[in-house]
Design a protein around this ligand. Structure first.
Ligand code: G16
Length: 522
């Protein structure tokens, strides 16, 4: 019976006292030193999940992405590279907090009617954090209670998603890191050839001192020249510190170690390379090109290709409450593309995007991708176009479905998609920045006693609890031209986030500060 194996393994991974774990926006996240038992138990759950889906390969990624260096985290990836279904999240929380693991495992096995003998392979990856190797061993110990584990060592989060999908779906690509690299570089080079572009794609990337740095280096070729700054993965205390996509987006300023040339495009990844933002300097002015901008750039590029190829597609853009109000207006009024809103978290945006032939989802923080439905890809492959321009557009669309990661937001593939969209349309970063003007906006992080006391509705745009706070926010917002503000608990950090936006920078800062003040009693 499995209980012997389970209890023998679990004694090596004792649960820390007085700690409660919750599966949040992107799995479990907290101090890496507290996570050994949780990662072990997530390993157990991942092999149960594999058994539940008939032995298909499942993934476990050990990362805390944009969080500080001392944090770590873990999440489970489903067979097609998607996040663990939300119905299973309570099981993850149940196991992580269990004081009687055998009973709780038996409970899940019986509720889900799982034949544990069906458990197959679980692939595991980690980012570059100090606690990664130890947690990776804990994950393997957990997986091996029922299934088999295969470690890929250091990976970006999107690479792990790719590996899970390619293990289950050979048509998706070779199930190796090399297969991932070949798929991306092959698509980029083919698109450049199609458009007769001789000069290589070139950019400087701030890699947040994270795993994106070595992985990007592997992609250098004659057609891809990347200069990397903040690439020190040896100094474990440097990860995401004064650099990386989250720092640049939140502070709206350049990362350390980057001296920009005016009107030249730069980019920042986050710690596990699933978010990317762009920016340029214009004298003293810093122009951020965030996830909202990536969505609008790629949507208008795809629209042009569709017109040239004479192909119809139902296209939609998915945003969250953090999207700048002017980006939403630009998408709806100028691009004439429908916008849907979901709560924060790729798991929510991804599913909404699947309702379209082409669903673009990008959080303002740079996390996102473009999903092409299987039926739409089939229709592209069988479409005929007589004109050379139409044929080229059709081929480009098909190659973009290969280049852009279909499983999750991916800094690397998004970076190349953006560089190609700009180059092919002969658009500079300054042109891109002029598509629309953002409303001044600001993000605040407020430490409260209990962030779980903050409950929201309406895609997180309104607070339901604590009672009465939303009415106070509404009263403040009404006093500012084009004012907007909302409050929500972070699902990855022990804090509450406040967003504000208004017609002027001074109003935006004042509105945000006043909303933060409202939270003082909590
Ligand atoms: C994760 C999620 C993102 C989310 C971000 C912040 O990103 O994957 O969807 O926007 O956390 O979430 P929260 O505001 O709930 O803390 P990452 O890059 O940290 O994996």
């Amino acid at each position: 019976m499995f209980t012997d194996t389970l209890s023998a393994a679990s004694v090596r991974h004792p649960k820390p006292p007085n700690t409660t774990f919750a599966y949040g926006t992107a799995g479990f996240r907290t101090l890496g030193s507290l996570l050994d038992s949780t990662v072990f138990r997530v390993g157990v759950l991942a092999s149960l999940r594999s058994a539940k889906v008939g032995g298909k390969t499942i993934g476990v990624m050990i990362t805390a992405s944009h969080n500080p260096p001392e944090d770590n985290g873990v999440k489970v990836v489903d067979p097609l590279g998607e996040m663990l279904p939300q119905l299973w999240e309570p099981y993850a929380t149940q196991l992580a907090n269990s004081d009687n693991l055998e009973d709780d495992v038996r409970d899940i096995v019986s509720r889900e009617n799982i034949d544990v003998a069906q458990a197959g392979l679980v692939v595991v990856g980690m980012d570059t954090r100090e606690t990664g190797p130890q947690l990776l061993r804990a994950a393997i110990d957990g997986i091996e209670v029922f299934g088999r584990a295969k470690s890929f060592g250091e990976l970006t989060t999107p690479q792990l998603h790719y590996l899970v999908r390619s293990h289950n779906d050979p048509g998706f690509g070779e199930p190796s890191e090399d297969g991932y690299n070949k798929k991306i570089v092959g698509a980029v080079e083919e698109i450049l050839r199609l458009w007769n572009i001789q000069e290589p794609l070139e950019i400087t990337v701030d890699a947040a001192n994270g795993v994106g740095a070595p992985k990007l280096r592997n992609l250098s070729s004659n057609s891809i020249i990347i200069t990397i700054v903040n690439s020190n993965t040896q100094d474990k205390s440097a990860l995401n510190v004064e650099c990386g996509a989250d720092y640049v987006k939140t502070n709206q300023k350049l990362p350390s170690n980057l001296q920009p040339r005016d009107h030249q495009l730069y980019s920042s990844f986050d710690g596990d390379a699933d978010r990317v933002v762009f920016y340029y300097a214009d004298g003293p002015r810093f122009q951020l090109l965030d996830g909202d901008r990536i969505a609008t750039l790629l949507a208008s590029f795809l629209n042009k290709l569709l017109q040239q190829a004479k192909v119809e597609a139902k296209m939609g853009i998915i945003q969250t409450a953090y999207a700048n109000g002017n980006s939403t207006r630009y998408i709806q009024e100028t691009l004439q593309i429908p916008v849907d809103f979901t709560p924060t978290g790729v798991k929510h945006l991804h599913h909404k995007a699947q309702e379209y032939d082409i669903g673009l989802y990008f959080e303002a923080n740079g996390h996102g991708t473009v999903l092409f439905s299987d039926d739409f890809i089939d229709s592209l492959k069988s479409a005929q176009s007589c004109s050379p321009e139409g044929k080229r557009a059709l081929k480009t669309l098909i190659l973009l479905t290969e280049l852009i990661n279909q499983t999750v937001g991916d800094s690397i593939s998004d970076l190349f998609a953006v560089l190609l969209a700009l180059r092919i349309q002969d658009k500079t970063c300054v042109d891109w920045g002029r598509d629309y003007t953002e409303l001044p906006n600001k993000l605040f992080k407020v430490l409260v006693k209990d962030r779980f006391a903050f409950k929201t509705t309406d895609a997180e745009r309104r607070l339901v609890e604590p009672a009465g706070v939303q009415a106070q926010i509404d009263a403040l917002v009404a006093a500012y031209a084009q004012g907007r503000s909302f409050v929500r608990a972070s699902g990855t950090e022990n804090a509450v986030r406040v967003y504000s936006e208004a017609a002027s920078a001074a109003d935006c800062a004042e509105l945000g500060a006043r909303v933060c003040q409202l939270l003082e009693p909590y």
